[in-house]
Design a protein around this ligand. Structure first.
Ligand SMILES: [Zn+2]
Length: 491
C-alpha cells in the first residue's frame, strides 16, 4: 500500500476545519468552487457505486478524507429493540419530574430496579449485535485515507438515547471507565499493527456523558499514549432533556435554573476529556475529531475547550437534514440555525432588511427565483400576522411564490434546487465559521476573545432564554483556567 502523502501535519497554531459528508452533491465542481472543502468524511457503509471512484479521486488529489467505521446505525437499531422498556421508563421519569429535573436520590425502588434491568438489557443487546466481532478496517484502509474512525463502545450512547444519565446507573462511572480502558487497549494493539503499512490517523473513540466520565476517558487515553481521538456529539445535540444541576468531581453543583443539556453536556465532556488527558500527560492530544457536531455556535466554543489540540476536525449530517426541513444557518446577527418561517416573518415585517447572504448558492437561486419583498410586506400589512406558519410557505400558501428560497414545494425542479442551495449555503456558513477560527489562532487570548464575541452576539440576539443560559454556561466551562474556576463560575 502506498504511503499517503496528503496527510496535513499538526502545526503550531490551531488548524480546525469541517469534513464535509462525501456525497454526490458535495463533490460537484460548483460545490468545490463555492465551499472549497478542506476535507471529507464518508461512512464505510456508503462506500459503494460511484462514490468509490469519487473517494479515490478526493484522496489522490490531496483532500483530507476520514472513513467512518462507527456504529451509529447500530445505536439506532438497539434503541428500537429496547423502545418498549425505554418508553415505560420515560413515563416513570415524567411522573417524578413535575417540571423539575430529576434527581437520583428521589428514585423509588421500583424505578431503580427498572433502570438496572434496562442497563442489563443494553449490555445483552450489544453482545448479541457485536459478540466478539472485531472491527475490520481492511476495506477502509485499501483507500489509503488520511484518517479512520476506529474502535468505539456504544454503551454510553445507548444510555443517553434511552434517557439514562450516568448517575442513575449503579456504578455507571466505574463501568464506563472500564469500557474506555478496554477500547484503548484494543486501539493500541490495532495501531501497532496498522503503523507498519499505513501512516494516517487512527481516531480512537472515547465515550462519556459528563465531566467525570470524560475525565476518566481522557486519563485512560493519555495513559495508553493515544494521540488521535474522537467523541460523538450527535447524540448530545439531539438530547432534549433539561437539568438544574451538574456533577463535577463527584459533587453536585446546583444551577440557578433549568438548562438544556445539549449545550452544557458538550462543554462538560470536552472540559473533562482534556482535563483528564492533561492530568496524565504533559503534551496534549495531537488531533481530535468532533463526530456529529454541526451547531454553529457550539463549534467555536468547543474549539476553545480543545484549544491545546492543534488539529481539529468536525463533521455533521445536519446541514443536509436542516436544508430539507427549512433550517438555514446564519452568521449575522449571530451564529444561529433559523427556521424558514421565522426568516419569512422577519422579511415580511421589515422589507428594508432583505435576505442578503453573499454566498453563490443564495445568489444563483435568487437569480432564478427572486424574492418579492414588496408583495411580502403588503401581505404583512393587510394580514397583521404574529408569525408566519408552515402552511404559508407550502404550495397554495400566501408566501409560496413570494419567498421561493423559503418555500416548500413537494417535488420538481424548484424543490431540487432549494435542497441543493440551502445545503450548499449551510456548508458555506461552516466554512466562514472555521475561517474565523483559523484567522484568530495565533494565541489563546485572541482566540478566546474571538469566541467571546460570537457568544455575546448569540446571547444578545437569542430569543430562547434557556438556550442562551446554557450556551453561556458552556462558554464559562471551557474558558475557565481550571476546574476549580469552573465550579466558582457556574455554582
Ligand atoms: Zn447563502
Amino acid at each position: 500500500m502506498p504511503r499517503s502523502s496528503s496527510i496535513p501535519a499538526e502545526g503550531k497554531n490551531l488548524n480546525a476545519f469541517f469534513t464535509v459528508n462525501l456525497r454526490g452533491e458535495t463533490t460537484t465542481q460548483t460545490f468545490d468552487e463555492i465551499v472549497h472543502p478542506r476535507g471529507f468524511l464518508i461512512s464505510s457503509d456508503y462506500l459503494k457505486g460511484a462514490l468509490i471512484k469519487t473517494t479515490r479521486q478526493k484522496i489522490s488529489s490531496g483532500s483530507h478524507v476520514i472513513i467512518d467505521n462507527g456504529n451509529f446505525d447500530e445505536i439506532g437499531k438497539i434503541s428500537t429493540d429496547l423502545s418498549q422498556p425505554a418508553e415505560e421508563l420515560k413515563k416513570n421519569f415524567l411522573r417524578l419530574k413535575k417540571k423539575k429535573s430529576i434527581h437520583e436520590e428521589d428514585f423509588p425502588p421500583e424505578l431503580r430496579d427498572q433502570i438496572t434491568d434496562i442497563s442489563k438489557s443494553i449490555e445483552k443487546e450489544i453482545l448479541d449485535h457485536f459478540g466478539n466481532k472485531k472491527l475490520d478496517l481492511s476495506g477502509s484502509l485499501a483507500y489509503n485515507p488520511s484518517g479512520v474512525i476506529g474502535i468505539e463502545d456504544i454503551t454510553a450512547a445507548l444510555w443517553l438515547r434511552l434517557g439514562l444519565e450516568i448517575q442513575y446507573i449503579p456504578n455507571g462511572r466505574e463501568a464506563l471507565r472500564k469500557k474506555n480502558e478496554t477500547v484503548c487497549e484494543t486501539a493500541v494493539t490495532e495501531i501497532g499493527t496498522l503503523k507498519k503499512s499505513w501512516n494516517g490517523r487512527y481516531l480512537t473513540v472515547a465515550s462519556a456523558l459528563d465531566y467525570d466520565s470524560a475525565f476518566d476517558a481522557g486519563s485512560a487515553f493519555a495513559s495508553r499514549e493515544i494521540e488521535h481521538a474522537a467523541i460523538g456529539f450527535g447524540a448530545f445535540m439531539s438530547d432534549d432533556s433539561f437539568q438544574d444541576y451538574v456533577i463535577i468531581n463527584g459533587k453536585r453543583i446546583d444551577l440557578p435554573s433549568l438548562a438544556p443539556m445539549r449545550y452544557l453536556r458538550c462543554a462538560l465532556v470536552v472540559r473533562g476529556f482534556w482535563d483528564g488527558y492533561n492530568s496524565q500527560k504533559k503534551t496534549s492530544l495531537k488531533s481530535f475529531h468532533f463526530l456529529g457536531l454541526g451547531t454553529p455556535v457550539m463549534i467555536p466554543i468547543l474549539a476553545l475547550g480543545a484549544y491545546s489540540t492543534k488539529f481539529q476536525t468536525y463533521d455533521a449530517t445536519s446541514p443536509f437534514k436542516d436544508a430539507f426541513q427549512g433550517i438555514l444557518y446564519t452568521l449575522e446577527p449571530a451564529y444561529f440555525k433559523r427556521r424558514a418561517t421565522s426568516i419569512a416573518f422577519g422579511l415580511a415585517s421589515n422589507p428594508t432588511a432583505p435576505w442578503s447572504c453573499p454566498c453563490k448558492f443564495c445568489k444563483d437561486f435568487e437569480k432564478q427565483y427572486p424574492m418579492d419583498y414588496k408583495k411580502g410586506y403588503e401581505w404583512y400589512k393587510s394580514k397583521k400576522p404574529s408569525k408566519v406558519e408552515m402552511k404559508d410557505l407550502h404550495p397554495g400558501g400566501s408566501l409560496f411564490d413570494v419567498y421561493p428560497f423559503l418555500s416548500e414545494p413537494e417535488s420538481g425542479s424548484r424543490r431540487k434546487m432549494i435542497n441543493l442551495c440551502r445545503m450548499g449555503h449551510n456548508h458555506w456558513i461552516y466554512e466562514r465559521i472555521f475561517e474565523g477560527l483559523r484567522d484568530n489562532n495565533s494565541n489563546r487570548d485572541s482566540f478566546e476573545k474571538h469566541v467571546e464575541g460570537i457568544v455575546n452576539r448569540y446571547l444578545q440576539n437569542s430569543k430562547w432564554d434557556q438556550a442562551a443560559h446554557s450556551v453561556k454556561l458552556a462558554f464559562e466551562i471551557v474558558k475557565a483556567e481550571s476546574v476549580n474556576d469552573v465550579l466558582k463560575s457556574i455554582g
